[in-house]
Design a binder for this molecule. Structure first.
Ligand code: 5AD
Ligand code: SF4
Length: 461
C-alpha cells in the first residue's frame, strides 16, 4: 500500500500551532506523508480557533471548499480538531464533509481516529462532554506532549513549550475557558526535560506558553514553583540561548520576581506581551479584567524600571458592549502612554456561552468598531515608527527564521534571498543572506526602519 498523505490547516494562537505540530508528528510517525495542499491529500485536518466569529467563519468556508473536492473524491477524510471542534461537537459532525470531530483533549487519539475512519465508513465524535469538569489534565495528553515534543519545522531552531493548559480567568468576552477547560500547570520536571530534549535537537529559542503564563504554579512537597522559577531552571539548560513567555495577564499575579528574573537572566528576552484590552475602567470591569487602567500603567512603569530596555506589546478590543467615544478615547490615551512596540487590535465579537454574550447587548455598530479599529491602529503605527527609528545605524543580533514570505522590494540586494529574523525583543528584521542561516544567529546593521519591520545589511557573523 502506498503511503497516505495528510494536509493540516491551522488557525488560531500559538497553543494551536503547537497542537498542529504534535498532531503532524504523530501522523508522520504512523506513516502518513505531509503534503502542502488539500488537492494532494488523502486526509485533511483543520485545527480550528473559536476566539472570534470570523475565525470560525473561515473554517466553515474552508469546509465549503472541501465539499467540491469531496464530490470528486468521496474517500477524502476530513477531520476538524481544536477549539471549534470542542465548542460545536455534534453540530460540526453533521456538516456533510466532516468525518471526524476531535477536541483539544482528544488529540492524542488522532492517529487512531483517522485510521478507523479510513477502514470504516462512519463519522466519529471525540470531544469532552463537560470540559470545565474533566479539563485537559490527563496522563494521555501529558504523554502525547512529551513523546512528540518537536522543534518548529517552519522556524528552525525554535520551539513552543506548553507550561499550562486551560484558563480560569473568565474574561467576560472570552471563549477559551469553555473550550480548553480549567487551568492546570504541567510539572516543572516534565517542562525542563522537554526543553533539554529540544536543546539536544538544536533548538535555541523556546517560547513558554500559557493562557495566563504568569499564573504558572506547581506545588510539590514543600516547594511552590512559579514562572520565575521556571525561567531560572530553563536558563540553566545548555544550548538554549533565548527564552520567551506568553501571554501575561496584568494583575496581582504578575509578581516583580518575573521581571527580576528577566533582568537577571541574559537568556530571558526583554519582551513582554501583556494585553490591556481597554483603557476604560468601566469597560475593563465589564470585561471582568481585574485591574484599572492606572494599575496597568503602574505595572508597565515597574516593568520599565526593573528591565529598562523592555519591549512591550499588547492586545486591544474595540467596540465592546457599551463602549462610548469617551471609553474609546481612554484606550487611545493608554496606548499613547504605554509606548508599545506593537499591538494587536480586534473588533469585539460576541461568543456563545460567554457572560458578555449572555448579559450584554452587542450594541456598537460594525462601522463604529471598524472606525475605532483603524484609528487605534494608526496611532500605534506612529508610535511603532518612532520606536523603530532608535535602531537606525545600529547592529542588532537576530535569530534567523528563514526566507521572507512576502519579499520587500526595497531591501538591499547582494545576490542572496531575502531572510527574516527577530531580535530578542521581537523586532522583525529583513535582510539578504544565505538561506542556510535559518536557525542561526546573525548580526544585521539596520539601514531603514518602518513601523513593524527593520531592514538591514548582514554583517560578519
Ligand atoms: N472578540 C474579539 N476579540 C477577542 N479576543 C478574545 N476574545 C475576543 C472576542 N470575543 C482577543 C483579545 C485576546 C486576543 C487573543 O483575542 O484581545 O487578547
Ligand atoms: Fe487559541 Fe483561544 Fe483560538 Fe483556541 S480559541 S485556538 S485557545 S486563541
Amino acid at each position: 500500500m502506498s503511503t497516505l498523505t495528510v494536509h493540516i490547516k491551522s488557525f488560531g494562537c500559538q497553543m494551536n500551532k503547537l497542537d498542529t505540530a504534535l498532531v503532524s508528528a504523530a501522523l508522520g510517525k504512523a506513516g502518513f506523508t505531509p503534503v502542502d495542499s488539500t488537492q494532494e491529500a488523502d486526509v485533511v485536518l483543520i485545527n480550528t480557533c473559536s476566539v472570534r466569529e470570523h475565525a470560525e467563519q473561515r473554517v466553515l468556508s474552508h469546509l465549503g471548499h472541501l465539499k467540491h473536492i469531496k464530490e470528486n473524491r468521496p474517500d477524502l477524510v476530513v477531520g476538524v480538531i481544536g477549539c471549534m471542534a470542542q465548542r460545536l461537537g455534534q453540530e460540526l459532525l453533521e456538516h456533510e464533509v466532516v468525518d471526524i470531530v476531535c477536541g483539544p483533549a482528544q488529540i492524542p487519539q488522532i492517529v487512531g481516529l483517522v485510521q478507523e475512519r479510513l477502514q470504516k465508513n462512519e463519522k466519529t465524535l471525540a470531544v469532552t462532554e463537560n470540559i470545565r469538569k474533566e479539563g485537559l489534565d490527563n496522563k494521555e495528553l501529558e504523554e502525547f506532549e512529551s513523546v512528540y515534543d518537536i522543534a518548529n519545522k517552519e522556524m528552525p531552531g525554535q520551539a513552543y513549550v506548553r507550561v499550562m493548559r486551560g484558563c480560569n480567568n473568565f474574561c467576560s468576552y472570552c471563549v477559551v475557558p469553555y473550550v480548553r477547560g480549567p487551568e492546570v500547570s504541567r510539572t516543572p520536571a516534565a517542562i525542563i526535560k522537554q526543553i533539554k530534549k529540544l536543546a539536544d535537537e538544536g533548538v535555541k529559542l523556546v517560547t513558554l506558553l500559557g493562557q495566563m503564563v504568569n499564573a504558572y504554579k506547581y506545588i510539590t512537597g514543600q516547594k511552590i514553583y512559579s514562572l520565575a522559577d521556571l525561567l531560572y531552571m530553563a536558563s540553566e539548560v545548555e544550548g538554549i540561548e533565548l527564552i520567551r513567555f506568553v501571554t501575561s495577564y496584568p494583575a496581582q499575579k504578575f509578581y516583580d520576581e518575573i521581571l527580576k528574573a528577566m533582568a537577571d537572566l541574559p537568556k530571558v528576552c526583554n519582551y513582554l506581551h501583556m494585553p490591556a484590552q481597554s483603557g476604560s475602567d468601566k469597560i475593563l470591569q465589564a470585561m471582568n479584567r481585574h485591574y484599572t487602567a492606572a494599575e496597568y500603567l503602574q505595572l508597565l512603569a515597574r516593568a520599565k524600571d526593573i528591565v529598562p530596555d523592555i519591549a512591550l506589546s499588547s492586545d486591544f478590543m474595540v467596540g465592546f458592549p457599551g463602549e462610548t467615544e469617551e471609553d474609546f478615547e481612554a484606550t487611545v490615551d493608554l496606548v499613547k502612554k504605554a509606548q508599545y512596540k506593537n499591538c494587536f487590535i480586534f473588533k469585539y465579537s460576541p461568543r456563545p456561552d460567554t457572560v458578555a454574550d449572555k448579559k450584554l447587548q452587542d450594541d456598537i455598530p460594525q462601522e463604529v468598531k471598524k472606525k475605532r479599529n483603524i484609528k487605534l491602529l494608526a496611532i500605534q503605527e506612529k508610535i511603532s515608527a518612532e520606536l523603530s527609528k532608535q535602531f537606525l545605524g545600529k547592529t542588532v543580533t537576530v535569530l534567523v527564521e528563514g526566507p521572507s514570505k512576502k519579499p520587500h522590494l526595497d531591501s538591499a540586494k547582494n545576490g542572496y534571498p531575502q531572510l527574516v529574523g527577530r531580535t530578542a525583543t521581537n523586532w522583525i528584521v529583513v535582510f539578504n543572506g544565505p538561506e542556510n542561516l535559518a536557525g542561526q544567529f546573525a548580526k544585521v546593521k539596520i539601514t531603514k526602519s518602518s513601523p513593524l519591520t527593520l531592514f538591514g545589511k548582514l554583517g560578519p557573523v
